[in-house]
Design a protein around this ligand. Structure first.
Ligand SMILES: Cc1cc2nc3c(=O)[nH]c(=O)nc-3n(C[C@H](O)[C@H](O)[C@H](O)COP(=O)(O)OP(=O)(O)OC[C@H]3O[C@@H](n4cnc5c(N)ncnc54)[C@H](O)[C@@H]3O)c2cc1C
Length: 405
């Protein structure tokens, strides 16, 4: 295939698209326009080993800079795309330069929700974790003995809590919902993760919202909670979810909902325009979902590359995810949307366990805590479209291998 491809966003999905096209020997002209000032890198370590100071930035890069020149990929950093003009067939960056395209790919990712300024969201010492700059600024503040408040008990908040405890900070985590991880995991997984954090000194307060942050000289010094308590704090991390970066597409008249709407061939409502990764809303088992994960960013981008290169394979997501907290590796296969039953199995190592999710007898997901065997088995079963017999699964002595026989 020939023609000019412009990719907006130099993140996980934008890079994966360019790399896959080259792997498919598709040598069309590719321009990647990215708003950050660094080459494409992995984000997950930003709330794990990179924040802890155990991983250098070089190790986060997908490829060194010569890869782009060697593969004829024109990557332009610090280039914010302001407008897509579909009639003219070009995009325009903030400095007024236009880039003509025959095919356009939008891979703009997502943006963390922030606290409104009226609640103190614009005070110094209040952070979100999305990019290298956020993580670098936060890492400087993570000094032993300081008091950190984390707002939101999702994966990023919990990972940051683990890093902060490791570095000797005092950590309080508040979660407005009944329990941490409520949006993404079953009660059993929440209970296990909560117990680990509590045993390592994190003060977790569920069903507790924030009333407001209090500042002094422009910097946060305290937090008033909805239950009337006031906490003295030195810094705050806000981990209350993300929204899809779909404004560019919407302004260009491309269909959006909870993200840019794409079909199973990764196309938007404009057949010349593809979208992939965190910025999309995509079909999954008859529903419209958002999948904010490395798996989706890479697989959806690679599926788009195959379509652009002339293929006709629909993208069927096979979700997986992970989270590292202390020495606990949580691995998730599948997507637990609409589950009506869970089954818990102890693992072989101390503290290891897995939570299996069922919807009307169909196994749809598994959370495995330090239990690689359960994860691998669950993932394989999902790929094969098989559900394990629940009574056998419930027996801790039963070998998981038999389900794959
Ligand atoms: C701290 C953290 C920890 C995570 N941990 C995990 C994990 O453990 N496991 C997991 O599976 N996933 C994890 N994720 C999620 C995963 O990193 C994302 O799902 C993935 O990066 C999505 O890829 P993307 O390409 O869609 O978006 P991104 O990687 O965010 O890339 C989008 C890029 O587009 C740029 N951009 C946006 N708008 C414009 C514009 N108008 N012009 C030019 N450029 C633009 C952005 O600046 C960004 O560089 C984590 C994310 C974060 C932030």
């Amino acid at each position: 295939m020939t023609g000019r491809l412009v990719i907006i966003g130099a993140g996980q999905a934008g890079f994966a698209l360019a790399a896959k096209l080259r792997a498919l020997k598709d040598m069309r002209a590719i321009t990647i326009l990215g708003s950050e000032d660094v080459l494409p890198y992995q984000r997950p370590p930003l709330s794990k080993k990179y924040l802890l100071g155990e991983m250098s930035f070089d190790r986060l890069l997908f490829r060194p800079d010569n890869w782009f020149a060697d593969n004829g990929v024109d990557i332009r950093l610090s280039n914010w795309v302001e407008e897509i003009d579909r009639k003219a067939g070009h995009v325009r960056t903030q400095d007024g330069v236009t880039h003509g395209y025959d095919t356009l790919a939008i891979a703009t990712g997502s943006t963390p929700r922030r606290l409104p300024a009226a609640l103190g969201g614009d005070l110094g010492g209040v952070y979100v974790v999305r990019d290298k700059r956020d993580a670098d600024r936060l890492a400087e503040e993570m000094q032993p003995g300081r008091r950190l408040l984390i707002i939101g008990g999702g994966y990023i908040g919990l990972e940051a809590a683990a890093v902060a405890r490791h570095l000797g900070l005092e950590v309080t985590l508040i979660e407005m919902a009944d329990r941490i991880l409520q949006r993404v995991a079953a009660k059993e997984t929440s209970d296990a993760i909560r117990a680990i954090h509590q045993s390592l000194g994190v003060d977790i307060r569920e069903k507790t919202g924030l009333k407001q942050l209090i500042g002094k000289d422009g910097r946060v010094v305290a937090a008033e909670l909805a239950d009337g308590t006031t906490l003295d704090v030195d810094l705050v991390i806000v981990g209350i979810g993300v929204t899809a970066n779909d404004a560019l597409a919407e302004a260009a008249g491309i269909k959006t909902g909870n993200g840019i709407v794409v079909d199973q061939f990764v196309r938007t409502s404009d057949p010349q325009v593809f979208a992939m990764g965190d910025c999309t809303q995509l079909p999954f088992k008859g529903q419209q979902v958002r999948l904010e994960s490395v798996q989706n960013a890479v697989d959806q981008a690679e599926a788009a590359a195959a379509v652009m290169a002339g293929g006709n394979e629909p993208y069927e997501p096979k979700p997986w995810f992970w989270s590292d907290q202390y020495d606990v590796k949580l691995q998730i296969a599948g997507f637990n949307l609409g589950y009506d039953e869970t089954l818990v199995r102890p693992g072989q190592r101390e503290g290891a366990m897995s939570v299996w999710y069922f919807r009307a007898d169909e196994m749809i997901a598994v959370d495995a805590l330090n239990d690689a065997k359960a994860y691998v088995t669950g993932k394989k079963l999902l790929e094969l479209g098989r559900s394990p017999d629940k009574s056998v699964l419930a027996d801790p002595a039963a070998d998981l291998k038999q389900f794959l026989a």
